[in-house]
Design a protein around this ligand. Sequence first.
Ligand code: SF4
Length: 330
Amino acid sequence: MEAIHKDWTTLAEKALRGQPLTMEEGLSVLEADDNEVLAIMNSAYQVRHHYYGNKVKLNLIINAKSGLCPEDCGYCSQSIVSKATISKYPLLEKSTLLDGARKALEMKVGTYCIVASGKGPTSKELDQLIEAVQEIKSTMPLKICACLGILSEEQAVRLKDAGVDRYNHNLNTSRSRFPRITTTHTYDDRQETVKKAKAAGMSPCSGCIVGMGETNEEIVEMAYALRELEADSIPVNFLNPIPGTPLEHLKELNPRQCLKVLALMRFMNPSKEIRIAGGREVNLRSLQPLGLYAANSIFVGDYLTTSGQEAAEDQRMIEDLGFEIELCAL
Ligand code: SF4
């Protein structure tokens, strides 16, 4: 049996000093023997604990507009090239968006994530969303994250003025892989939208999808890119290969590898909210709780077009770890 040989605490110390890992150090995490996983997670936990103690932030997604998207993102069941069987509908009524916000409150969720398919919002859609956001913000103690695609500067300012706290637009993958995943918009389009959201005063949220055929070097590059973008919140998705999408043939990741990715993201973005996002249940499987030693945030409830596990199971996981839910925090 291979012995545990490396002192991973040096990476935690480096992260706590605010220094990024080198490419070589990043790769050492991703390529470590599985015997090292607990030691790596222990070091990632030192960093997580320094900034977040044992708190876990909950987020709830509402798919405010489903399918009907002209873009061709290979992982996405809502794209124009997807043949996945999903429900398709235009922007939900305000009353439905408000019902979702009430459900979020009942579930002890801090951030309600309003996500709409499409390249970006039309002005009519933006007007409707703004009305809903204003009502939610004036009646409920919730943070709101909007994820509506590519934004203009003016749209970003309007969302901020309406009370949107955070804006999500994921970089998704490495710059070099991006054109193999999406051809209808660019990596730069995505980066620019995050910058516009930040300039408008919203908290920037941007993350990645791991498991789309990228190399370990590319995963480290993604961690660097997200660090440079200074996103406050980093959702780490693990590809759920949905039948009918161009990436349906890819396999789920092994759960130990997912843990190493989460640890890497924590080392590279020590003070940021690291969220285990889509694909948590199918990729981390029985090791989901260990992910929270690096990450401090999860989605509860369902994802955009796939189901999550029961909220009660998530609550129990957090309780079993001895961790506690952080209410209404960004
Ligand atoms: S990820 Fe967004 S932009 Fe890309 S296809 Fe899906 S809904 Fe459209």
